[in-house]
Each structure stands twice: as C-alpha cells, then as structure tokens.
Ligand binder design. Structure first.
Ligand SMILES: NC(=O)c1ccc[n+]([C@@H]2O[C@H](COP(=O)([O-])OP(=O)(O)OC[C@H]3O[C@@H](n4cnc5c(N)ncnc54)[C@H](OP(=O)(O)O)[C@@H]3O)[C@@H](O)[C@H]2O)c1
Length: 287
C-alpha cells in the first residue's frame, strides 16, 4: 500500500511512520521540524498552504494538527486553518484514498463521561471545536478515531509527556496528578495496531479507541512513575483548578469503547502493558 502520514515529526505520526514503513511505501509530511526517517519518503509541507495532488496514494493517516490546547484558544484562526482547512486540503490532495482522521476526546464537554460514538459532541475549547469540524472534512468512506494518546516524543528535542515526567522525577520535583480529570488513553504503539486493522479492513465511520477502563490523570501518572521505577507516592493528588489554563478543560472525557471491542480483532492493552512497551522503547533509545 502507498500510505501518506501527515505530522511525521509528531508523537503519533513519527511512531506510525516507523511502524508502517517496513511493510508499506510510506510518504510522510513534516512542517517546522524536517525530521528524517530512513526507509520512508519525506515531504516538507505546510498543510495550511495549497497542496499538490498526489497520485497513487491508497491511504492517508492524518495525524497533523495544532495540538496545543491553550495556543488554539489564543489563536483560533490558526487553529481553524491547521485543524479544519488543512484536513480539507489533505483529503483533496489524495483523492480516492482511504482517509483516517485522528480526532480527540476533547470533542465532548466532559460533564458526563463514558461517551459513545453516538453521543452528541459539545466541545468546550477552540481545540475541541476545530478538531470536531475537521471530522466533517474527511471523505464519506473515511474513518474517524476519537481517542486520547500517550507515548514517547519523536526525538529528544520533542519529548512527550512520559520523558517530561521522568526528567521531573529524576530532578526530585514534586509532580501533581489531577484527580478531577478522567480519560481513557491509548498508547501510540497500541493505536498503531488498531490503525493497521482499520487499513486492512478499510473500516469507516467513528471509532472510540482507548483503555478498557477510565483513569484519573492522577492514577495514570502514578502508573507511569511506577513503570519507570519511581515510588508512585511521589505523585501528589491535585485539582486542575490549581492551573490557570487559557482554554477550559473537560472534566470526564472517558470514552465508551464497547463498540470498538466488538468491531476490532485488535485488543486494547492494559496500562501496565502499554507502559512496559514504552519503557522498553525508552531504554532502547538511551543506548
Ligand atoms: N496527544 C494527545 O494526547 C492527543 C489526544 C487526542 C487526540 N490527539 C490527536 O492526535 C493527533 C496526533 O497528536 P500528537 O500528540 O502526535 O501531535 P503532535 O506531537 O503535536 O504533532 C502534531 C504534528 O502536526 C504537525 N503540524 C501542525 N501544524 C501543521 C501544519 N500547518 N502543516 C503541517 N504540519 C503541521 C506538527 O508539525 P510541526 O510541529 O513541525 O509544526 C506535528 O508534527 C492530533 O491530530 C491530535 O489532535 C492527540
């Protein structure tokens, strides 16, 4: 298959390029960071500009987005261009390709939690709103993944949440985990397997992909600390109100993954397996 992956320097995009390049011809886009990945072809594209049509693309995995929630709130027009118009342009650049769009659990207001694919989205922030609008820009036979993801960053210059946590814990800093934010995150490695199945079966429509049970951010960060050999007691419970966010944050964006559990052969990893795999990848990078 010829696969176009946007956001090749991002947390998810980078992992997907590495995952798919061994069995497929992968073309990936970069923007500010021209990261080079052996065995795949790079396109330096600002997705908010005019894009040249590509021929022979079988599938697109559109991970690129303006993902900083507070920056989206501050620069709503830029968020609209990056999350809505760019999705339209990417879809137009690869006509006929199976389109996979990475959406977010932030399309929900978080008042209730346990949202199914049929629940009506009600985003609280510009980020959530523009990602939801992006969902409408994909072809009718495309696939929308609603999720929350975690994994390693694409390079030491672009650390992910896990590396940032390890470095803070190594420095002996106190780390707070919010007890009033609930989600159902999936690791990038596990998500890659789900996307592989979506491609193989050319699945369409909305799929909630995430952990089989919800976690508070506090529980999640404690598990991460433990997986990397730190005493989980160093993580202190806190409330999100202690941080002065520009954009409102939803309280409980846990997703009901019941439909996906029936649809997919791929299984959701538990949090221990996910962190184990992330730790192994992290250790390999240290050598
Ligand atoms: N991380 C999460 O917790 C999470 C949760 C739910 C959903 N998602 C969704 O999952 C996807 C991947 O997230 P991620 O955390 O891997 O994102 P990320 O690390 O922030 O990467 C996003 C990528 O998009 C690229 N990009 C942004 N604007 C662009 C533009 N105008 N033209 C070309 N490329 C552009 C960035 O390139 P430059 O940096 O070079 O501009 C970057 O490589 C996103 O669509 C996000 O909305 C993420």
């Amino acid at each position: 298959m010829n696969i176009l992956i946007t956001g090749g320097a991002g947390m998810l995009g980078h992992l997907l390029v590495s995952h798919f390049k061994t069995r497929h011809k992968v073309l990936y886009t970069t923007h500010l960071d021209a990261i080079s990945i052996a065995g795949a072809e790079q396109l330096s594209w600002d997705l908010t500009r005019e894009l040249k049509p590509l021929s022979g693309i079988n599938a697109v995995i559109h991970t690129a987005a303006m993902t900083n929630v507070d920056q989206c709130q501050q620069y709503p027009e830029q968020a609209h261009q990056s999350n809505v118009m760019a999705t339209r342009k990417v879809a137009a650049s690869a006509p006929g390709a199976h389109f996979i769009y990475i959406s977010t659990d932030f399309v929900f207001d978080g008042a209730r939690g346990n949202y199914s694919e049929d629940d009506t989205p009600w985003p609280l922030s510009v980020y959530g709103r523009t990602k939801l609008q992006g969902e409408s820009e994909i072809p009718k036979d495309g696939c929308i993944i609603r999720t929350s993801i975690y994994g390693l960053g694409s390079s030491p210059q672009r650390p992910g949440m896990v590396e940032k946590l390890i470095s803070r814990l190594k420095n002996g800093e106190t780390v707070q985990g919010f007890t009033d934010q609930i989600f159902t995150p999936v690791s990038t490695g596990n998500l890659a397997l789900f996307i592989e199945e979506i491609l193989e079966r050319r699945l369409a429509g909305i799929s909630n992909l995430g952990s089989t049970q919800p976690y508070t951010k506090y529980e999640f960060i404690r598990s991460a600390a433990q997986a990397f050999g730190f005493d989980p007691e160093v993580i202190k419970p806190g409330l999100s109100a202690s941080v002065n966010y520009l954009a409102p944050r939803p309280r409980d964006v846990s997703l009901d993954t019941g439909k996906s559990r029936k649809t997919f052969k791929t299984e959701a990893w538990d949090i221990e397996k996910s962190f184990d795999s992330i730790r192994k990848e992290w250790e390999a990078r240290q050598q």
